[in-house]
Write a protein that binds this ligand. Structure first.
Ligand code: AHR
Length: 496
């Protein structure tokens, strides 16, 4: 099949906030214990941080990592995770039915962030706790010295404040599974007061209001409107969460789910702007898509109740999942004028691109690579390509373009990149890219992932599903022609 894409500098959607390439570490399963932290592991540093995992995280170039949950945060006493480790209590985690040893906490995570070249997006507990404990945590982390909480931090060996800029006001507070779940009005009031006190404690921080837990919730839409109506003036972002699975083994419908994702993002933008209009406000609320991924392979896994760091949510991803992850991130970039933060949930072991064996090795899941390409090469501003390509109908969606694409333009470094998924299972796509006013830009690299069985997975011994380089296509005048293999992930990089 044939397709055409036209690109011009004027097709700029917006600047890409680098935090759109964020991720997430929750105290859940083996994300922390046996994931990023494992004292005694052959690669562990003096603080027990696994260097083999850090190396793979650094290659992903993740600018922000949300912590410590997720559902976990709604029952978390942050004070349990600071100070001398031998004095820290073991607690039941009611979110996941496990035991939390609290060996790893706030300061250990902030140490990890430094080593991973990333920043922390800290979530506070607005489930079983409230504004008071939240503002204390902000004081502990961000106040220089001379107060109870800041001096406590210093007594724990952390002289300088962590200076955490971004804070989540709880997690999925409309979900009945959440400890301390609330109605929209209850939550709106709590979030408003928490955000207010947190900002008074540390001026300049930004806060994220919990949107509905997903588009499938009965509360979806109304929840956002009601809680935003209450907390609008004090908060900066509203959160979105969405996970997809190929439950019916229908790959064409699975890959079409980005149509729904696009619609979901648009409806939250509209809801924010509706409240803005009602308030005649000058302030615009942007979006924090702070949980997104494929999640379904591990749904029926069994584990021992109240054990420490059991194997939970350990999805082993395949090639078709990688194509959806790439397509989802392309969709987020198409909204980069409003989606400023996004977190691939999660980062290690728990529905994650990086997978470890406790005491053993580590490998990249197929989903690792599209994320890595976008995060490393998709910087600057995003351009909305004019696309002319064949479409298909799937079980739930009509007129699904076979081509999922976005282009990015990094003016400062004279670089461009075009990211494409060919969703056709059996046909190559001959793609003509018209580069309009990008004079002097020539292709320098053409990377792809293709030719795998859609169910192909990686293992500790064989990272089979991985990118490879292709001959660099040449330009004919302003037109670049590339062949996108059936069912493929593609990155075309250009330089001036
Ligand atoms: O990321 C796994 C879980 O999914 C998180 O704890 C929760 O916020 C969501 O339901």
């Amino acid at each position: 099949m044939k397709a055409k894409v036209t690109l011009a500098k004027e097709f700029r959607i917006g600047d890409i906030d680098k935090r759109i390439y964020g991720s997430f570490i929750e105290h859940l399963g083996r994300a922390v214990y046996g994931g990023i932290y494992e004292p005694g592991h052959p690669t562990a540093d003096e603080n027990g941080l696994r260097k083999d995992v850090l190396d793979l995280v650094k290659k992903l170039n993740v600018p922000v990592v949300r912590y410590p949950g997720g559902n976990f945060v709604s029952g978390y006493n942050w004070e349990d995770g600071v100070g001398p480790v031998e004095k820290r209590p073991r607690r039941l985690d009611l979110a996941w039915g496990t035991t939390e040893p609290n060996e790893f906490g706030t300061n250990e995570f902030l140490d990890w962030c430094k080593k991973a070249n990333t920043e922390c997006m800290m979530a506070v507990n607005l489930g079983t706790r409230g504004p008071d404990e939240a503002r204390n945590l902000v004081e502990y982390c961000n106040h220089p010295s001379g107060t109870y909480w800041s001096d406590l931090r210093r007594s724990h060996g952390v002289e300088k404040p962590h200076d955490i800029k971004l804070w989540c006001l709880g997690n999925e507070m409309d979900g009945p599974w959440q400890m301390g779940a609330k109605t929209a009005v209850e939550y709106g009031r709590t979030a408003l007061e928490a955000s207010k006190l947190m900002k008074w404690t540390s001026p300049g921080i930004e806060t994220v209001l919990c949107g509905s837990s997903s588009r499938n919730m009965s509360t979806f839409g109304k929840w956002e409107a009601e809680s935003l109506d209450i907390a609008y003036d004090s908060i900066d972002y509203v959160s979105l969460h969405q996970y997809y699975g190929n439950h019916d083994d229908d790959p064409m419908n699975f890959l079409a789910l980005t149509m729904q994702l696009d619609d979901f993002i648009y409806s939250i933008i509209c809801t924010c702007d509706y409240i803005k209009a009602r308030k005649r406000s000058e302030k615009t609320i942007n979006l924090s898509f702070d949980e997104w991924n494929v999640w379904y392979h591990s749904n029926n896994a069994k584990f021992e109740k109240w054990s420490v760091a059991p194997k939970l949510l350990e999805d082993i991803y395949n090639f078709e999942d990688a194509l959806l992850v790439g397509s989802m991130l392309i969709t987020l970039l198409r909204h980069c004028d409003r989606v400023k933060i996004a977190c691939l949930a999660q980062l290690v072991n728990v529905i994650a691109p990086i997978f470890t064996e406790t005491g053993g090795g580590v490998f990249e899941q197929p989903t690792y690579f599209p994320f890595m390409h976008l995060s490393n090469y998709g910087r600057g501003s995003a351009l909305l390509p004019l696309v002319d390509c064949p479409k298909y109908d799937s079980r739930e969606f009509t007129d699904v373009p076979y081509l999922e694409t976005i282009a990015t333009y990094d003016e400062e470094n004279d670089e461009m990149a075009i990211f494409c998924v060919n969703k056709s299972q059996d046909e190559s796509m001959i793609l003509d890219v018209n580069l309009m006013d990008f004079e002097g830009y020539t292709p320098c690299e053409f990377i792809s992932m293709d030719g795998y069985d859609r169910k192909e997975e990686n293992t500790f011994n064989d990272v089979k599903v991985r990118p490879h380089n292709n001959p660099v296509p040449s330009l004919d005048g302003k037109t670049l022609t590339v062949e996108l293999k059936p069912f493929s992930w593609n990155v075309i990089r250009l330089k001036k």
